[in-house]
Design a protein. Structure first.
Length: 212
């Protein structure tokens, strides 16, 4: 199954992507993690990405596509994949279709802006491996330390309140139109993201026609 996870920043796409990857045995392709890896490498592309993300703006389509184009052709994607964080614009969605990448289902996690802002204030990311946590919904076993690699966890600049507000404005202006695009194709599934991780995951699996 080739699927897309849609939703505002902080809606839970990363968490659900991890769960679905294990349940469906297909890889999650997180654009966010790939962009952060580019920044960490300090390349020219990484410096460009950092500027956009620090400003809470969308990374240009040509940059996004250059990063993911090769990824979906790798052997671990032969039985399907989960796109998390892309497409974010109608142009990106059309580019994916134009490249012949078949998308079977699009899941949109729906959460109100006010709850998004509150949720993201508690989000933490490992400074080593990039694993995601939340101080309430998904805390680390040891406070401030990643469960997977032992590196410190921290709040990202793009999770700061002022940046979150800008990111939500950009999301609604550029990404909401994707729901109409995929609804017209009969691929859109709306899921309430304002519930427990387990309940949201159950609803997603049911929407995919999987036994819960």
């Amino acid at each position: 199954m080739n699927m897309i996870l849609l939703g505002a920043p902080g809606a839970g796409k990363g968490t659900q992507g991890e769960l679905l990857s294990k349940q469906l045995q297909i890889p999650t392709i997180s654009t966010g993690n790939m962009l952060r890896e580019a920044m960490a490498n300090g390349s020219d592309l990484g410096k460009q990405v950092k500027q956009y993300m620090d400003e809470g703006a969308l990374v240009p389509d040509d940059v996004i596509m250059s990063i993911i184009a090769e990824r979906v052709t790798q052997p671990d994607c032969k039985n399907g994949f989960i796109l998390d964080g892309v497409p974010r614009t109608l142009a990106q969605a059309q580019a994916i279709d134009a490249k012949g990448v078949a998308i079977d289902c699009v899941v949109s996690l729906e959460v109100e802006d006010e709850k998004i802002a509150s949720r993201m204030a508690g989000r933490r990311v490992c400074t080593g491996c990039g694993a995601s946590y939340h101080i309430v919904n998904k805390p680390t076993k040891t406070e401030g330390v990643c469960d997977l690699c032992g590196a410190p966890v921290a709040i990202r600049k793009d999770d700061q309140p002022e940046t979150v507000l800008r990111r939500l404005e950009v999301y609604h202006a550029s990404t909401e139109v994707l729901k109409d695009y995929y609804k017209a194709q009969g691929k859109l599934r709306l899921i309430c993201g304002d519930q427990s991780i387990e309940d949201a995951n159950r609803d997603i699996l049911r929407a995919l026609g999987k036994t819960v």
